[in-house]
Design a protein around this ligand. Structure first.
Ligand code: AMP
Length: 286
């Protein structure tokens, strides 16, 4: 695995790989890697000749009160986890990726009205800003993102379409602990008792899924069941629970033929957890 820290070097490698017609798979991360990240790397490995992973804690996707400075980092460990599978590890410095005062940003319309959008103003704009830069620098054929961050997948897919990026987005399934808790770099913030409670979040989403699978169509009924399950277990700090179209994140009041995403965000102490479950009435429903 070759570590690249300069923009000129990544550009040169991109030119060479493109000249040799090599298929490039790209996995963007913020590091502090876990098996969720590594599953994206494995997917990329199995579908491409060259795998590029970036580790970059992107300041523009953090709000002023969020955990940018505390975000967990362990580059040495990340390096050894990636070494067997990855061709290029891209580790840019912040001042290379951003000029002192950026004058151009992205604006996201309705896709920001749902789920995390209202609670993390500027977050997805920051994600698009950094990914657009990475896509230009690396020019991958495929980019791999995790379903855990479902809204991110939808927003990035729209950018790819609307800005004519010549690449395919591959959404990989959420990797979970045996308990059901979705792996996340931020799980390290959980205190021991919170760690015990955290798996209840996915169990609650499954209560919603089971209700849909038994034929319930009304979102109020479904979401009420999920909320009641959480509250019965002592989880009251619920940022949102929503049922949306998987395509455009529009709120779904009654399930008919469309695929839906049941998604939520909760807080356990200082840790914010997000998770989701997809439901396809043609596959799972009655
Ligand atoms: P992050 O380092 O948190 O920005 O995540 C980098 C990528 O890994 C994103 O595409 C995430 O959606 C994905 N990811 C994070 N956690 C998981 C997980 N538990 N399962 C699958 N993918 C994940």
């Amino acid at each position: 695995m070759k570590v690249i820290t300069s923009l000129s070097e990544i550009r040169q490698i991109r030119h060479e790989l493109r000249r040799e017609n090599k298929k490039i798979g790209f996995v963007p991360t913020m590091g502090y890697l876990h098996d969720g990240h590594l599953s994206l790397v494995q997917h990329a490995r199995s579908e491409n000749e060259v795998v590029v992973v970036s580790i970059f804690v992107n300041p523009t996707q953090f709000g002023p009160k969020e955990d940018f400075f505390d975000y967990p980092r362990d580059l040495e460990r990340d390096h050894s986890l990636l070494e067997p599978y990855v061709d290029y590890l891209f580790l840019p410095e912040t001042d290379q990726m951003y000029s002192v005062a950026e004058k151009i940003t992205f604006a996201i319309k309705d896709l920001n009205n749902a789920l995390c959008g209202p609670f993390r103003p500027g977050h997805f704009e920051g994600v698009l800003q950094i990914l657009a830069k990475f896509f230009h620098l690396i020019a991958p054929h495929k980019v791999y993102l995790g379903q855990k961050d479902y809204q991110q997948c939808v927003v990035v897919q729209r950018m790819i379409i609307e800005f004519f990026f010549d690449l395919e987005l591959v959404i990989c399934p959420t990797v979970r602990e045996k308990s059901g808790l979705a792996l996340s770099s931020r799980n390290v913030y959980l205190a021991p008792l919170e760690k015990v409670k955290a798996p209840l979040f996915y169990q609650a989403l499954k209560v919603g899924f089971d209700s849909m699978a038994r034929g319930e169509k009304n979102s109020h009924v479904i979401l009420k069941k999920v909320r009641e399950f959480l509250e019965e277990k002592g989880i009251h700090d619920i940022e949102y629970l929503e049922l949306c179209s998987t395509e455009n994140l529009e709120e779904i009041l009654n399930i008919s033929h469309q695929r839906v995403v049941l998604a939520g965000a909760i807080r356990l102490g200082k840790t914010r957890l997000i998770d989701n479950i997809l439901f396809d009435p043609h596959v799972s429903g009655r």
